[in-house]
Design a binder for this molecule. Sequence first.
Ligand code: FE
Ligand code: FE
Length: 232
Amino acid sequence: MKQTSKATSSTSIRKSAPAKKTTSQKTAAAKKAASTSATNEKGASLLEKFFVDSLKDIYYAEKKLTTAIPKMEEAATTEELKEAFNDHLHQTQKHVKRLEKVFGLIGKKAEGKKCEAIEGIVKEAESIIEETKEGSMTRDAALIIAAQKVEHYEIATYGGLVQLALTMDLDQVADILDTTLMEEEDTDHHLTEIAEAHINMDAEHEGANYSWSTEEDEDDEEEDDSEESEDE
Ligand code: FE
Ligand code: FE
């Protein structure tokens, strides 16, 4: 979708998104509102229905993340990644509350709808934890990428929803969603910084004992139990 690619290069979307519409955008939105008013008298337009559906999807995702992030925090090796996860957990709890506010503003009950995408991304993060050695930097390097997949999914969703809210003249809703969008983007950038500062390098240098755990590795290393230190 068009918004997805726009959302990932999101600085422009954010700056132009909330509140400030050009006159021509306003006129277009007003025309659109007028042309859909007939639909609205009978019920929600298809776009409104899609919008509400997408809110339910991201509401489900955010709630799922409030239980997934603590597991990632616990599994992380470095204090800085643990701290990054913990900070974002608190933001995520706010994201849930903001969505509840948005549901209230549009007169809908806050409810989630199973989001298969986030289920899959979270499953991938869980298998990274299973497949990497505890205490390794490789685990952190991999967890950062898993977390960034989450952020990118959220950025795509919020980026699109901000634009739809503006299109439907829901300026206050757009502002609220945009606040969350900015926090997702900041988190994504912060994770990149942590990875590039030293985690990726450290992961590269930690050697074969801490490499990605595969069956071949386990066969190769059968004889050197003295070097196993992951059970400490
Ligand atoms: Fe979020
Ligand atoms: Fe997030």
